[in-house]
Design a protein around this ligand. Structure first.
Ligand code: G4P
Length: 194
């Protein structure tokens, strides 16, 4: 289920930029509206209620605040994967590669083996879903650890980039609070119908 309050805020304060970029940095990923953030966390906790989530997994940087707001509702810790350009970090870590179509970069992402294991029931949280590479990388870490992936929650899915549909077709329970079907600097933003 999409979240009307969030859609209205995107229409009011989001800016569509060239290159298919939606800027929401006045309320979501630079300056953050903390009341909206709380409502987002509550919405994710409603949508994944009863699933026994015991840890939230996200990726630095913008996912962290949203993951924290969600973890407050689940009363569980968050774990954020760190991004690194070169894998020369010593120690016991799970790693995966995440290619960013938006930034044209490839990052290794890592989490310590101490904080992810078979006893964990993981909800992945992130701010944007475009091509889905971040969520796929995080779900790969969950698989390596032998943990259970309960699902994934994203605040804004850019539906026209296809990543969300690919993730759903893999059987991952994906909840997107706003799905942008199309956007254009002149014609504006259209959300997917529920
Ligand atoms: P993907 O993970 O779904 O494949 O997406 P992609 O690689 O294309 O996007 C990578 C980064 O760009 C992510 O941030 C994502 O949040 C951000 N992003 C993608 N589309 C948009 C957009 O339309 N607007 C904004 N504001 N951000 C977008 P990141 O690399 O994880 O960086 P960080 O900001 O979290 O540190």
């Amino acid at each position: 289920m999409q979240m009307k309050l969030l859609q209205d805020r995107i229409l009011k304060d989001g800016q569509v930029k060239e290159g298919n970029i939606l800027k929401v940095d006045s309320f979501l990923n630079h300056q953050i509206d903390i009341d909206l953030l709380g409502r987002i966390g509550e919405e994710f906790s409603r949508q994944f209620a009863g699933s026994g989530v015991n840890k939230i997994l996200t990726i630095e940087a913008s996912g962290i605040a949203i993951a924290c707001a969600t973890a407050v509702c689940f009363h569980c810790p968050i774990l954020f994967a760190k991004k690194t350009k070169s894998l020369n970090i010593a120690g016991d870590v799970y790693t995966s590669k995440v290619e960013s179509f938006t930034h044209k970069t490839v990052n290794d992402i890592i989490v310590s083996k101490s904080f992810l294991g078979p006893e964990d029931r993981i909800l992945i949280i992130d701010d944007f879903l475009a091509n889905g590479k971040a969520i796929l990388g995080l779900s790969d870490l969950v698989r390596q650890a032998g943990a259970t992936l309960i699902g994934a929650g994203v605040v804004i899915e850019k539906g026209f980039q296809g990543g969300g549909d690919r993730i759903r077709s893999m059987g991952i329970d994906l909840c997107s609070l706003a799905i942008v079907e199309s956007m254009d600097p002149v014609r504006g933003i259209v959300f997917r119908k529920d």
